[in-house]
Design a protein around this ligand. Structure first.
Ligand code: GLN
Length: 524
């Protein structure tokens, strides 16, 4: 299928994925490529537009990332952002220098409303800036279309050649009218018609999978997380009983989670797949007995997961395809897409492919961002409860129980966590009903953990010596950084009293105020 697309050329900027996401929000498909990608390859993709990202270097220095001049001569519209804007200027004969005043943060920008990018933008608008260098002189043929108090060229353009340079970051939400500017670029300047929609994506993918799989056998490792669930349902819709899903319950799931997964994917669920649930709780607890070191716990859980899966796969025998829930950020972060440093090499469920006899991998969500995966999930009719699940780490509660993991501790943290989530959700719903808008305090992620600390308390006139539960609640946009969230104290009071009353073995509740960094969202 010839999907209309815009290409983001990555110069190592922090916001490369954000640029692509914003473009997709304009219903235009978008992919990220390194600046090392050859011009012929870019041309072959037949993009309707090209966006150059920001980056940490100075374009006038030797060995800084660059791109050949011909990129700007293809007749394809190009938008340079920050480093991209500076580079465009530099390559086309303008001058970029160290700025006398560097700008960082929200800055008022005055724009020229006759620019196609700014036509309905307020003349004075707040934008996000982050630069040390600046455009001292525009390239020949360019005119200045925005400035700030300290930056004479906050934007410039050559309308005839469809080249646009913006010093600030329209992709960052702090740029109040940034989405509008990107919309104007991709829809008006590039002329994209905006056909990227999740309903058509789902339909096309199902047809493609059917064709690819034919009569083949397909195996899917289901974790109950959003990605693997959406992938599994997509496969189920495409090939029904040719799919076998293996779900390993390692006994470290949230309360009732195993049953919830089974309800959707199991024999009584709507999809009629071959579903195998392996209750491996005991096996995992045995392996984890006496182990307290976090990394060691993670390793044991990961390895045991593969062992269990392997044994099951052997019983099934050779399959033609293995399904993985890889998503686009995994692809970009493992260095296959853009230019940002390799953050983690991605192995869905820990290197599974090595241990299963199969011919090919199917990754139906490989090109989607998380919010798109969720939209696809809704299109597929997956219950909202599953689609909007909070992120949950592979090692599960194993790393939310500090110190040794035991069945008893799992029960405690499961029950405390369920109460916490229930009360926060209930209070947020009540707020939304009363105010007609979502509760502003509702955290992006919230869960309970079990500290390894016991302390003395008194209940019913009797001495207790029990565990302390920690409540975590954070706000984060991208899960790379986070701040502790402020849940109203009456909600927390209720959570505390319910946990202590209802969960045997707990006599104290703490609230974690730590942000990330220096903390992490999870405890281990
Ligand atoms: N490194 C360049 C500067 O400091 C570009 C910064 C950026 O792209 N955010 O001006």
């Amino acid at each position: 299928m010839d999907q209309e697309k815009v290409i983001v050329i990555d110069f190592g900027g922090q916001y490369n994925q954000l640029v692509a996401r914003r473009v997709r929000e304009c219903n235009v498909y978008c992919e990220i490529y390194s600046y090392r990608t050859a011009l012929d390859q870019i041309k072959a993709m037949n993009p309707k537009g090209i966006i150059l990202t920001g980056g940490p270097n100075s374009c006038y220095e030797e060995n800084s990332p660059t791109y050949q001049k011909e990129l700007f001569e293809l007749g394809i519209p190009v938008l340079g952002l920050c480093y991209g804007a500076q580079l465009m200027t530099h390559v086309l004969g303008g001058r970029v220098e160290k700025a006398p005043v560097r700008e960082y943060g929200k800055i008022e920008v005055t724009v020229d409303q006759t620019s196609p990018l700014f036509m309905d933008v307020q003349q004075k608008t707040i934008c996000w800036m982050s630069h040390n260098d600046y455009i001292a002189q525009t390239a020949p043929g360019f005119s200045i279309t925005a400035h700030t108090a300290d930056c004479p060229v906050a934007a410039a353009e050559n309308k005839e050649r469809k080249l646009y340079a913006i010093q600030f970051h329209p992709e960052v939400l702090h740029t109040q009218e940034g989405t509008k500017m990107l919309y104007h670029f991709v829809r008006d300047v590039c002329g994209c018609s905006g056909t990227w929609r999740m309903d058509s994506f789902v339909e096309n993918s199902i047809a493609e999978i059917r064709e690819k799989v034919g009569n083949g056998k397909v195996l899917c490792a289901l974790s109950g997380g959003v990605d693997s669930s959406v992938a599994a349902v997509m496969l189920a819709k495409a090939i029904g009983s040719q799919l076998t899903c293996v779900f390993v319950d390692h006994g470290l799931l949230r309360k009732n989670e195993g049953d919830e997964v089974e309800e959707v994917f199991g024999p009584n669920g709507p999809y009629r797949l071959n579903f195998i649930r392996i209750n491996a709780q005991e096996r995992f607890y045995r392996k984890l007995a006496g182990v307290t070191e976090p990394e060691k716990k993670r390793k044991i859980i990961g390895e045991e997961f593969i062992r269990v899966f392997e044994e099951e796969a052997k019983k099934i025998g050779a399959v033609d395809f293995l399904v993985q829930g890889t998503i686009y950020p995994d692809v970009v972060e493992s260095g296959l897409g853009g230019e940002s440093a390799v953050i983690k090499s991605h192995h869905n469920v820990g290197g599974l492919p090595d241990c299963v006899d199969f011919k090919e991998i199917i990754e139906p969500l490989r090109n989607l961002f998380k919010d798109e995966v969720r939209k696809a999930g809704l299109e597929l009719g997956i219950p909202e409860k599953l689609v909007f699940r909070q992120p949950f780490p592979g090692p599960g509660l194993g790393i939310r129980i500090i110190g040794e993991v035991t069945a008893e501790k799992v029960r405690i943290v499961q029950d405390a966590d369920a109460i916490y989530r229930e009360e926060v959700d209930r209070a947020a719903e009540t707020y939304a009903k009363e105010h007609g808008e979502p509760a502003p305090w509702k955290p992006d992620q919230y869960f309970a953990a079990l500290t390894n600390m016991r302390s003395v308390g008194v209940m019913g006139d009797e001495r207790t010596y029990d565990y302390a539960v920690a409540l975590r609640a954070v706000n984060t946009i991208d899960f790379m950084t986070a701040e502790s969230a402020e849940i109203p104290s009456e909600v927390l009071q209720k959570v505390m009293s319910r946990i202590i009353n209802e969960v045997r073995g707990v006599n104290r509740v703490f609230y974690d105020l730590t942000s990330k960094p220096p903390g992490t969202i999870e405890f281990e």
